[in-house]
Structures are given as structure tokens and as C-alpha cells.
Write a protein that binds this ligand. Structure first.
Ligand code: 4NP
Length: 161
């Protein structure tokens, strides 16, 4: 199976998308099934370029036994060429990405993270930046659920190829 390249995108790339990147990589690493995936994350905004994940997200990811690596970068149009699947955390992030699409092929790579959650789940992964610990924990639980869904989708895609 050829390598699949997955990019998670939020606003600042210090809370939701780096958490998704780390959780998804942890899942892949612990699965033991042969699947080649390149995973990255970025933000649509430039506020936090070069910064590590927010300290609160680092603490909560650690508490949930997840890794927490990476430093923030901003989305660039070349990401449409580099990645196969570009997953926005919320509808405002998706709209920002859609505004950068140059052609239908770019748009066809875009997904909303909640596409990989049950229909009953909220459409957006809530922005935890201005809230407390509970908000970070809730985001982590939603990301764990959705990352399982993404992994399942990739396995099914690989089986049908
Ligand atoms: P993220 O959260 O998009 O999940 O990384 C935010 C980080 C920073 C800001 C907003 C949301 N900010 O306004 O600086």
C-alpha cells in the first residue's frame, strides 16, 4: 500500500490539530498492522508559528498517555500538492482551507474531522483555547474517537485497492 499523507488543520496549530496529529500517530504506532502514513498538522493562522503545543494540551495529552511533539506552522497552498487527506477540525477551518483551493482536485482532499465521528457527534471539534481543563479533555476524547474512524477508513481503502 502506498504511503498516505494526512494533514490535520485548526486555527493556531497549538491545541486541536497537534493533538490530533499526536493521537493519530500513537494509534498507528501501537496498531502493529502494516500501514504507511505520513502525519502532520498546521494552522490557518500565523499567530503561533514555531511554538510548541499549548502547555495545557501538553499536560492533558500526557495525562491521557499520548505523545505531544511538534511545533506550529501555517497552512500553505503547496500542502494541497503534498497531502492526500486534509482534515479540518471545525467548519470555520474548512471554509478557510476551501478559500485557498486552486482547483477541484484541491477541494476533493478536504474533510471535516467530524466526518469520522458518529452522526450524533457535534460537527465541530470545539476550540479549547479560552476554556479550562475539561474542554481539553473533551477535545482529546473526540479526537481519539475520530482517529479510530480515520484509521478504519484507511484500512478499508487499502483493502479495496
Ligand atoms: P487551536 O486553538 O486552533 O486548536 O490551536 C487556538 C489557539 C490559539 C488561538 C485560538 C485557538 N488564538 O486565538 O491565539
Amino acid at each position: 500500500m502506498p504511503e498516505v499523507k494526512v494533514l490535520f488543520v485548526c486555527l493556531g496549530n497549538i491545541c486541536r490539530s497537534p493533538a490530533a496529529e499526536n493521537i493519530f500517530r500513537d494509534f498507528i504506532d501501537s496498531e502493529g498492522r502494516p500501514i504507511a502514513v505520513h502525519i502532520d498538522s498546521c494552522g490557518t493562522a500565523s499567530y503561533h508559528i514555531g511554538e510548541p503545543p499549548d502547555q495545557r494540551m501538553q499536560d492533558r495529552l500526557k495525562a491521557h498517555n499520548h505523545s505531544c511533539q511538534g511545533c506550529a506552522r501555517q497552512f500553505k497552498q503547496a500542502d494541497f500538492d503534498e497531502f492526500d487527506l486534509i482534515i479540518a477540525m471545525a467548519r470555520d477551518n474548512l471554509a478557510n482551507l476551501q478559500a485557498h483551493a486552486r482547483q477541484p482536485g484541491d477541494s476533493s482532499k478536504l474533510r471535516l474531522f467530524s466526518d469520522f465521528l458518529p452522526d450524533s457527534a457535534p460537527r465541530d471539534i470545539p476550540d479549547p483555547y479560552y476554556g479550562g481543563t475539561k474542554g481539553f479533555d473533551r477535545v482529546i476524547t473526540m479526537l481519539e474517537d475520530g482517529c479510530s474512524g480515520i484509521l478504519q477508513t484507511l484500512y478499508e481503502r487499502a483493502k479495496s485497492e
